[in-house]
Write a protein that binds this ligand. Structure first.
Ligand SMILES: *Cc1c(COP(=O)(O)O)cnc(C)c1O
Length: 377
C-alpha cells in the first residue's frame, strides 16, 4: 500500500527531545524554541517569529491582534481549510468568502475589491500548495482600504514571492501577520505545531503577551521588568520545548527535505504532463514552488472518482481536498448566497497524489503508470 502521506523523521528528533528533557526546562520559550524562532527570522526575514502549538492557534493570535470584533467583516477564500476562517468566527466576525482563480486554487486578487465594504477589516489569503498568491496586487488593495493582510502560510514554508521590481520575499513575511503549520502532513513537521510571524513592529509587543496567557512574562524572562502580571487577553499559545526540540531536528535538515520533495514533484510533472484528461499545478512567474503538494485537476467529479477508485484498487491512496467553506454545514446559512464556481470546481475535481520524503522512485513510477493507464482505458 502506498499511503498518501508518511511523516519523515530526519534522525535527531528524539536525541534533541532527550537534550531538552536533560536541561530540566521543558515548558515553552526555552532554548529550542528560541533556536527555531531565530532560524526563521534569520533565514526568511520575518521581523518576529513565535512558535505556537498549531497554525490554527497562530491564526487565533492573528484574529486577536487584528482586533477583530462583532460587526467586522473578514475576507477569506472559500477553498481552504476551516482554520483560515474559524479564528475570525470565534471573534464574532462575518466571513465574506472569496473565489479562487479559474486555473489556480489561490484567491482571485482581481475579485477582492468588489467584496470590500466599510466594515471590512482584514483579508486572509492562503498560499495554496505553497504557491504564492498575487501579493503585490493584494497589498495595493489592502493599503487603499486600510485592511490588515494575514497570510495563511500553513503550506508555504520556504516559498517566495517576487515583486515587479525584482524584490523576492519569503511567504509569511509579506502581510502584516502570517501563520505556518508544522502538522505532520506539512513539509517540516513537529506532529502538531505552528508559528506566528509578525512583520509590522506595532504588533510585536502585544503578540508576546497574548502568547503568554495575557501576561508580560516574556519581558520578565528577558529581565526587562522585575515582576510579571496579567495585562491583556490571550491564551497558552506556546509549545513545550519537547515539540520545539523535534522541530529543530527538522529545521537542520530543511534543505535536504525540500530538495527531495522537489525531485519528487518534478518527476510527477514530467511523467504526467501533456495528458488531456487533467491539468497540472500552475506556478505563476512571481511564485516559487516549495513542493508541498502535487495535484491534478480533472474535468469533472466522475473522472476524479474513477481515478481514486482505480488507484485504491492498486494500493495507492490519492485524496481530494477541501469542501468549499461557504457551503459547509457550519457556515452555509450565514453565507450571503453568492455562488463561488471556481472553489466548487476544485472541491469536485482536484486530486492530491502521494508526496512524502520516503516515496521511492519505483512507487512513483507505479503511480504515474496507473494514472496514465487508467485514463487510456
Ligand atoms: C494545515 C493547514 C492549517 C491548519 O494547520 P494546523 O497546524 O493543523 O492548525 C490551516 N490552514 C491551511 C491552509 C492548512 O493547510
Amino acid at each position: 500500500m502506498i499511503p498518501f502521506n508518511k511523516p519523515y523523521l530526519t534522525g535527531k528528533e528524539t536525541q534533541y527531545i532527550e537534550e531538552a528533557v536533560a536541561t530540566g526546562k521543558i515548558s515553552g520559550n526555552g532554548i529550542f524554541t528560541q533556536k527555531c524562532q531565530k532560524f526563521f527570522e534569520d533565514n526568511y526575514g520575518f521581523k518576529k517569529a513565535l512558535l505556537t502549538t498549531s497554525c490554527t492557534d497562530a491564526l487565533e493570535m492573528c484574529a486577536i491582534l487584528a482586533n477583530i470584533n462583532e460587526g467586522d467583516e473578514v475576507i477569506v477564500p472559500s477553498y481552504t481549510f476551516v482554520s483560515s476562517a474559524l479564528p475570525f468566527v470565534r471573534q464574532n466576525a462575518t466571513i465574506v468568502f472569496a473565489d479562487s482563480y479559474e486555473d489556480n486554487p489561490n484567491i482571485d486578487a482581481d475579485k477582492i475589491e468588489s467584496l470590500i465594504t466599510p466594515k471590512t477589516k482584514a483579508i486572509v489569503i492562503v498560499h495554496y500548495a505553497g504557491i504564492a498568491c498575487e501579493m503585490e496586487r493584494i497589498l495595493e488593495i489592502a493599503a487603499q482600504h486600510n485592511l490588515i493582510v494575514i497570510e495563511d502560510a500553513a503550506q508555504a514554508v520556504d516559498s517566495y514571492y517576487t515583486f515587479k521590481d525584482g524584490t523576492k520575499k519569503a511567504l509569511g513575511s509579506i502581510g502584516h501577520l502570517g501563520a505556518f503549520s508544522f502538522h505532520e502532513t506539512k513539509n517540516i513537521i513537529s506532529g502538531e505545531g505552528g508559528m506566528l510571524t509578525i512583520n509590522d513592529d506595532k504588533y510585536i509587543h502585544r503578540a508576546e503577551i497574548i502568547w503568554e496567557k495575557g501576561t508580560n512574562r516574556s519581558q520578565f524572562f528577558r529581565g526587562e521588568i522585575n515582576k510579571y502580571g496579567w495585562v491583556d487577553t490571550g491564551s497558552s499559545f506556546l509549545p513545550s520545548e519537547i515539540i520545539s526540540a523535534f522541530l529543530w531536528a527538522q529545521l537542520e535538515n530543511l534543505e535536504n527535505i525540500q530538495q527531495k520533495r522537489l525531485e519528487i514533484w518534478n518527476k510527477y510533472y514530467e511523467g504526467l504532463k501533456d495528458n488531456p484528461n487533467f491539468s497540472l499545478p500552475i506556478i505563476p512567474n512571481y511564485a516559487t514552488n516549495n513542493a508541498h503538494m502535487f495535484y491534478l485537476v480533472f474535468k469533472n467529479i466522475d473522472d476524479r472518482t474513477t481515478i481514486i477508485k482505480k488507484l485504491k484498487e492498486n494500493g495507492i491512496l490519492a485524496v481530494f481536498h477541501y469542501l468549499s467553506l461557504h457551503k459547509s454545514d457550519f457556515y452555509n446559512e450565514k453565507h450571503d448566497g453568492r455562488i463561488l464556481p471556481n472553489s466548487d470546481h476544485f472541491e469536485d475535481c482536484l486530486l492530491r497524489l502521494p508526496l512524502f520524503y520516503e516515496l521511492t522512485a519505483d512507487e512513483q513510477f507505479e503511480i504515474i503508470d496507473k494514472i496514465s493507464l487508467t485514463i487510456n482505458e
